[in-house]
Design a protein around this ligand. Structure first.
Ligand code: AVJ
Ligand code: FE
Length: 437
């Protein structure tokens, strides 16, 4: 096989893998359920379904392939900037059957375009970028659809084996040495515009938690009055906590002297050793203050995840440069929840930081902005229009994130009040001179 044939085969596999996930998420419920809105924060599942196909048509059929449009008349319906999520159920959307057949027609054309397009030359197609972008887009919506499932009431319709148990004890903090490291990338073929370009950042020495904050620790924060002490919160955080009546992570309910939560229709006691999930940025920050720590900055998070002190290089992933395998991280909706701390020793960073990739997205204390030298590509609406103070960054992916939409440089963002996403966090703090040694 030539290199191009190999790349084409990998793209075809990734396209069909993502579509398989989309099918699982949309075949699990009936037509009524697909067109219904389960939360004003989310689209009806049938919107995500056809939006995935429409983006694929725009980029791969029309732009890369130069082919005639399949359904130009529906572009406006599936343009996320034309209609806020809350308004989408009232639109004249394709029915579930129409959306499925539209996606099939588009995909057949795309496989033909893939066969005929040289994957070199203009930046949009070099290394199969546009195909990689479309694969990641579908995987991002698969995660969004999984979040919609979590907000949906009723008996369980999704199932998966439980995550693996812990096999090592992981606790305490890891010292990340001070000095420059390479943040972002200029060489990762499918990295999106906001991950580029690679640039050097000097990060002072700091300590980072070896693992994400667990449910058990988070419950201690609640029991210690964490939600009742304004001094633990920023002004903005306290105002939100009060207005929204926050008392615990989303989906938690008191259960005797402890807590239970409902996940994809199944109610169970919370597992003390699993990373906490469904907290907003403000809750993460208040917890960190309570713990005598802070959230890591985005540069600190990435250095903890990628910096190899033996070589001074930044890795693609904490475990090295190889693509994620099931032994490295809890990704891809193989399990319907985070794994306990200590379940992925093979995924640890060289410094010994665990579960940076997968399980839960981690809030960091940084606004979403462009790196020095940022250039929007191939469209401003992916990243650039979101730059500024409104959004905080999340890193590392969750159990709901698939492998092509997750790497050491990958950046996610959301409003600091959002918690319907699979969001958790870990803490960090400055290193004292004695600790630096
Ligand atoms: C990167 C997850 C914030 O879902 O809003 C999907 C990804 N962009 N379609 C989102 C995205 C266009 C985006 N996030
Ligand atoms: Fe989208």
């Amino acid at each position: 096989m030539t290199e191009t044939e190999d790349l084409r085969a990998r793209i075809a596999t990734a396209l069909s893998h993502s579509r398989g996930r989309t099918a699982v998420l949309t075949d699990a419920v009936d037509g009524d359920d697909l067109v219904r809105q389960h939360s004003p924060l989310m689209s009806p599942l049938v919107w995500d379904l056809a939006h995935v196909g429409n983006q694929e048509e725009l980029w791969l059929v029309r732009d890369v392939g130069g082919r005639e449009p399949v359904r130009q008349d529906i572009d406006n319906l599936y343009d996320a900037f034309q209609h806020p999520r809350a308004d989408r159920p009232a639109l004249p959307l394709l029915s579930p059957a129409e959306a499925r057949s539209y996606n099939r027609v588009v995909r057949d054309k795309v496989l033909d375009v893939l066969d005929r397009t040289p994957l070199a030359g203009r930046p949009l197609v070099a290394d199969g970028f546009a195909f990689g972008m479309v694969v990641q887009h579908e995987q991002q919506h698969d995660e969004t659809m999984l979040a919609t499932h979590q907000l949906r009431a009723g008996p369980p319709v999704l199932s998966a084996p439980p995550p693996p148990p812990a096999t090592v004890r992981v606790s305490g903090e890891i010292l990340v040495p001070g000095g420059p490291f390479t943040m972002g990338t200029s060489v990762e073929p499918w990295a999106l515009d906001n991950e580029r370009p690679a640039h050097e950042v000097d990060v002072p020495p700091f300590l980072v938690d070896a693992a994400p904050v667990t449910n058990g620790r988070y419950a201690e924060f609640i029991a210690d009055g964490g939600y009742d002490r304004p001094r633990l919160w920023t002004d903005e955080g306290w105002a939100h906590r009060t207005a929204a009546g926050l008392e615990a992570p989303l989906h938690w309910r008191r259960d005797g002297d402890g807590w239970a939560c409902t996940r994809f229709g199944v109610t169970a006691r919370i597992e003390p050793d699993e990373p906490v999930v469904h907290v907003c940025f403000h809750e993460a920050k208040a917890f960190a203050t309570w713990a005598g720590k802070r959230l890591p900055t985005e540069a600190e998070w990435e250095k903890a995840a990628r910096f190899d002190p033996a070589t001074g290089r930044s890795r693609r992933y904490p475990w090295g440069d190889e693509d994620p395998e099931p032994r490295h991280a809890n990704l891809g909706q193989r399990h319907l929840g985070p794994a306990p701390v200590g379940a992925y020793p093979d995924g640890a960073s060289p410094l010994g930081v665990h579960q940076l990739i997968g399980d839960v997205w981690e809030w960091v204390d940084s606004d979403f902005t462009g790196y020095p030298g940022f250039a929007a590509f191939p469209y401003r609406e992916y990243s650039e229009v979101f730059f500024g103070r409104d959004y905080k960054v999340l890193r590392g992916g969750s159990f709901g994130t698939d492998r092509d939409a997750c790497r050491g440089t990958f950046r996610n963002w959301d409003y600091p009040v959002r918690r319907q996403i699979f969001s958790g966090f870990r803490c960090a703090r400055d290193a004292s001179p004695e600790e630096v040694g």
